[in-house]
Design a protein around this ligand. Structure first.
Ligand code: BES
Ligand code: ZN
Length: 600
């Protein structure tokens, strides 16, 4: 058994035999919490005559049978070996190919505990009437619901047939037809080749609202109107991104709003971004998330990290694009606020992380690639891109990025490929031969910490917020007379971060009375307030804390609250009691992160 020489997180051998297309066929069994069916892999030999063995990734799959065919009509059953399971990588599935075989059909079922699938009871949905299921494949969870070459270095097209209970709708990261009758059978086709981590499926009581010529939103019926109102700038964001970086190559861009247990803010599944309902704030204040997931249609889905070491190429470039889109649609003031808040978040993250984890081109050997998901690839990556922009000027950098997306379209690249392209197309033709040295590219990509030439952000709006916070903290001004009437979400968040960490019971009550924080409807503001409440043992917020932690499963919003709770014995007891209630409703990804905090 040998690992993939390029991607240490896959057993597959795409350098010998590569999978080009998948035909998927499943029954969605809510009663058993399984997908039952088959995956047919269309394979191509890379090395003539060599590579008679096809090695695939699996995790907790029950393999029923493997068949080979050279024409898709006649099938011959063949033996297979399922290797020993690695706790992080799962188990390799090995099949010996006959000389003429071009297709491999694997009949299998998933396990109810599959790491990439969440099964929800009706009570966990908005409508409370129907069950719901969804997949989350990034980083290496596709293998828990499809036997395949689970590496971002391989791209496939796919077709799928999905059978569901009547009245439910299935959607996938593929061409979706909102007019498909709800007759229990859905067919999909994904014509653009995509890496395995972007294959996605969801089934539930889903309605659809169009938002524009190429955009729309799927959500439960009671959520779909507010979702469409929140996200109705999506078409404008697409137009802005196309002006900057070239054509959108995926035809449609729709959003799917999931139930609140979705463990992430958003997931850029092609043609159909999956999103948490916690960004529906009523005032569009959290729609940077849409800009971010849309940006992945260029950085990530079109030009993809070849391995999880190169994850910053997906996320860092995407945060840079996200800011540019936001600037086009909402203006510079908003971007300056987001950038300033994020710089603070990055500094805090760097203070927490061990030096090896502060490196953009991170070594994740022997670790779960999900361990690399922190602010570093996102925000240090964005700062690196911004440094390039500020050094060569926006016009030149825009031209460079546009060319980069064209050049590498539908390919997967490493950090080395990026640097080579950068040197050849942005830095080489510069009269200033020292440019590469001034930039300190090696320090940015291969060293911990933040190089001294990191760009800085200034937000006048947030500086004014700091002044207000200082005036209140010094006792000069009461909360009720602070000038907060035109504050946006970002200003409220900064205000809560700018007041002293330790507050008296009286000060907490003063805030609550003046601003109603405990009842805040904005999920981010509520999160920041609850952190403050835990730190200051503010009992009037404890009920809200429990409702929040039981009702929401988005890891970024809940894990920091558990982290804060377990710092004191009382808090730990509270965390354990709340987690007992909340855990059954959380996604496996959130459970595994929060188990480490609450049940170490
Ligand atoms: N692709 C990520 C989500 C992801 C990363 C899932 C790694 C699994 C492993 C997505 O694009 C993302 O970055 N989402 C962010 C929101 C964004 C606005 C920063 C999130 O979910 O918090
Ligand atoms: Zn992202």
């Amino acid at each position: 058994m040998r690992e993939n020489p390029q991607d240490g997180h896959s057993f597959a051998n795409p350098d010998e035999v590569v999978v080009r297309h998948l035909d998927l066929d499943w029954d969605v069994r809510f009663d058993r919490r399984t997908l039952d069916g088959s995956a047919t892999l269309h394979v191509e030999r890379v090395v003539e005559g060599a590579g008679a063995a096809l090695r695939l990734d699996t995790r907790e799959l029950s393999i029923i049978a493997v068949e080979l065919s050279d024409d898709g009509a006649d099938w011959t059953q063949t033996p297979f070996t399922l290797g020993e399971a690695d706790p992080i990588l799962g188990a390799p599935l090995e099949v010996t190919l006959s000389e003429a075989a071009t297709q491999v059909r694997i009949a299998y079922t998933t396990s109810p505990g599959a790491s990439g699938v969440q099964w929800l009871e009706p009570v966990q949905t908005a409508g409370k009437m129907h069950p719901f299921m969804f997949t989350q494949s990034q980083a290496i969870h596709a293998r828990s619901w499809i036997p395949l070459q689970d590496t971002p270095g391989v791209r496939v097209t796919y077709r799928a047939t999905v059978r569901t209970p009547p009245a439910l709708r299935a959607v996938m990261s593929a061409a979706n037809d909102a007019e498909m009758p709800l007759d229990g059978e859905f067919r999909f086709e994904m014509r653009q080749p995509i890496p395995s981590y972007l294959i996605a499926l969801a089934v539930g009581d889903l309605a659809f609202r169009s938002m524009g010529a190429r955009t729309g939103v799927y959500a439960e019926p009671s959520v779909v109107e507010s979702a469409a109102a929140e996200f109705n700038d999506t078409e404008a964001m697409m137009a802005a991104t196309e002006r900057l970086y070239g054509p959108y190559r995926w035809e449609r861009y729709d959003l799917l709003v999931l139930p609140p247990s979705f463990p992430f803010g958003g997931m850029e599944n092609p043609r159909l971004t999956f999103a948490t309902p916690t960004v529906i704030a009523g005032d569009k204040s959290l729609v940077a998330l849409v800009a971010h997931e849309l940006a992945h249609s260029w950085s990530g889905n079109l030009v993809t990290n070849a391995t999880w070491r190169d994850f910053w190429l997906n996320e860092g470039v995407t945060v840079y694009l996200e800011r540019r889109i936001l600037e086009e649609v909402f203006g510079r003031t908003r971007v300056d606020m987001e950038a300033t808040l994020d710089r603070q978040a990055l500094d805090e993250e760097l203070a927490r992380l061990e030096p090896p984890d502060q490196i953009l081109h991170i070594d994740l050997k022997g670790r779960d690639p999900d361990d690399g998901m922190n602010q570093v690839p996102y925000l240090k990556g964005e700062l690196f891109l911004r440094l390039l922009e500020e050094t060569v000027g926006r016009t030149r950098f825009d031209t460079f990025l546009r060319g980069y997306f064209d050049h590498f379209a539908f390919r997967s690249i490493t950090t080395g490929d990026f640097v080579a392209y950068l040197n050849a197309h942005l830095l080489a033709d510069d009269a200033d031969a020292d440019l590469a040295e001034t930039l300190q590219i090696d320090a940015w990509l291969e060293q911990p910490g933040l190089p001294a030439n990191a760009p800085r952000s200034v937000s006048d709006a947030l500086t004014r917020v700091e002044q207000q916070a200082a005036r209140w903290a010094s006792g000069e001004t009461a909360a009720t007379v602070l000038e907060t009437s035109d504050w946006t979400t970002q200003e409220w968040l900064h205000f809560l971060k700018s007041v002293p960490e330790t507050l008296t019971a009286g000060q907490m009550a003063e805030f609550d009375e003046a601003f109603g924080f405990t009842e805040a409807g904005n999920s981010e503001v509520a999160h920041q307030w609850l952190l403050t409440a835990i730190r200051n043992h503010y009992e009037p917020a404890y009920l809200r804390l429990e409702t929040y932690l039981v009702g929401i499963g988005r890891r970024k919003l809940i894990k920091p609250l558990y982290d804060e709770l377990v710092k004191t014995p009382d808090g730990r007891a509270r965390a354990e009691a709340i987690y007992e209630r909340a855990r059954p409703g959380y996604h496996p990804i959130a459970v595994s992160s929060i188990d480490e905090v609450v049940r170490p």
